[in-house]
Design a protein around this ligand. Structure first.
Ligand SMILES: *Cc1c(COP(=O)(O)O)cnc(C)c1O
Length: 418
């Protein structure tokens, strides 16, 4: 079972029963019910520290959208993380979780006036602006409030990150940022506004990047822009290169380490005087989390075998929308034959599946299955579809168990009640 350790070193079978950080997942499921998200605190810490060691002078802004559990954000805040936010809600959460405003950067193509105002008032480190109109509106609000706001312009280096098209953000056809070829013009434009202080360049090329070579191309273009801007007298203090490092989902995936990214880009940023900012999300949280689900029924239909579990696409939507692979293992191993099965949820959609044609130990009603690599964009993308309450979340650390989100109930979903 060495494979499991490649996902998360705190995951192991002891006497045929799966444990995370010394806690039996079957016992957890029995006590807290299913579906149940469980996160490994030590894994999060190790991953954050790997970034810090690879980039000792950089500001590591955790991308809150990957997992917005307040206890997890607070845990990262205590480790010294900043935050990369994409909404007013994430600003509220980041501040509440103890991330200092001077470590918060704010991206997003559609920030509302209220969101911009709140972030200006909070005096965050910088806005990663994505359009001319955003600059204009920011300046207007800042003027009204008598403040100056720091911005970076999000540039789109038009590189192909070789990932799923829905999470490729740095290509010309995507809605994100401005075309890097127009960037100088946009920096000149932004420099005319009195309440705007230009401090950085931002780019984020995409997510789940396993082959890191596209970063080289992006960094080359961004550093080229940096040099042009500096030669024109711009005081570029921050080079924000976004997030996007991929993680192991499939057994054959090899995930890149932060230090590999550091080595790759070092030759390009050596001359750069600006402080580096990184915005990792998935690569910190992804394999910290697992989802425990219980087998409700099994059935055969035609030549297909179905394992029907109590976690659906409302709990974990990645298989449905990205056709994503998630490795699934039994919470307890028995001496049973293996089958090829479709592991599906209870939701009334054919797209509601966790795995198709998966080789797995034969399941019986009541068994628990454990879905790996769900710490990022798992619970964070959960919904109430089919009027299903969202799952609880647990953090485990060296054998300790902490409930970090209560399971929702029906009343909560229909608030204000009838
Ligand atoms: C989503 C996002 C990130 C984090 O991406 P990961 O792939 O989770 O590392 C970073 N920066 C921006 C602007 C994002 O939108």
């Amino acid at each position: 079972m060495e494979l499991l350790k490649e996902y998360n070193p705190y995951l192991e079978y002891r006497n045929e029963e799966l444990f995370l950080e010394g806690v039996s997942l079957r016992e957890l499921a029995k006590e807290y019910g299913t579906p149940l998200y469980v996160y490994s605190a030590n894994y999060i810490k190790d991953r954050f520290n790997a970034y810090r060691e690879a980039f000792p002078d950089a500001l590591i802004c955790y991308a809150v959208k990957a997992n917005f559990n307040p206890h997890i954000v607070k845990y990262l805040a205590q480790l010294g993380a900043g935050a990369d936010i994409v909404s007013g809600g994430e600003l509220y959460l980041a501040l509440k979780a103890g991330i200092p405003a001077e470590k918060i950067v704010y991206a997003g193509v559609g920030k509302t006036e209220k969101e911009l105002t709140d972030a200006i008032n909070a005096e965050i480190l910088m806005f990663n602006v994505e359009s001319r109109q955003e600059i204009e509106v920011l300046n207007e609000i800042a003027e009204r409030l008598g403040k100056k706001v720091r911005i970076a312009i999000r540039v789109n280096p038009d590189v192909d990150p070789k990932t799923h098209p829905y999470i490729a953000t740095g290509m010309q056809k995507s809605k994100f940022g401005i075309d890097i070829r127009e960037a100088e013009k946009e920096y000149e434009y932004a420099s005319k506004f009195k309440n705007i202080e230009i401090v950085g360049i931002h780019c984020h090329i995409g997510s789940q990047i396993l082959d890191i070579s596209p970063y080289r191309e992006a960094i080359e273009k961004v550093v080229d822009l940096y040099e042009k801007l500096v030669s024109k007298g711009f005081d570029i203090k921050y080079l924000d290169i976004g997030g996007g490092l991929g993680i192991k989902y499939k057994p054959e995936d090899k995930e890149p380490k932060p230090v590999e990214l550091a080595d790759l880009i070092r030759p390009y940023i050596e001359k750069v005087k600006a402080k580096l900012i990184l915005e990792p999300g998935r690569s910190i949280l992804g394999n910290a989390g697992i989802l425990i689900t219980q087998v409700q029924f099994t059935k055969d239909k035609g030549n297909k075998h179905f394992i029907i579990v109590d976690a659906g696409m409302n709990d974990l939507v990645r298989p449905s929308i990205y056709n994503a692979y998630h490795h699934i293992v039994p919470a307890a191993v028995y001496e049973r034959e293996s089958v090829k099965a479709d592991i599906v949820g209870p939701i009334c959609e054919t797209g509601d599946f966790l795995a198709s044609d998966r080789e797995i130990q034969k399941s019986v009603r009541g068994d628990y299955l454990v879905v790996l690599s769900v710490g990022a964009y798992g619970f964070a993308m959960a919904s109430h579809y089919n009027m299903r309450p969202r799952a609880s979340e647990i953090m485990v650390e060296n054998g300790d168990i902490k409930l970090i989100r209560n399971r929702e109930n029906y009343e909560y979903i229909i608030e204000p009640s009838l």
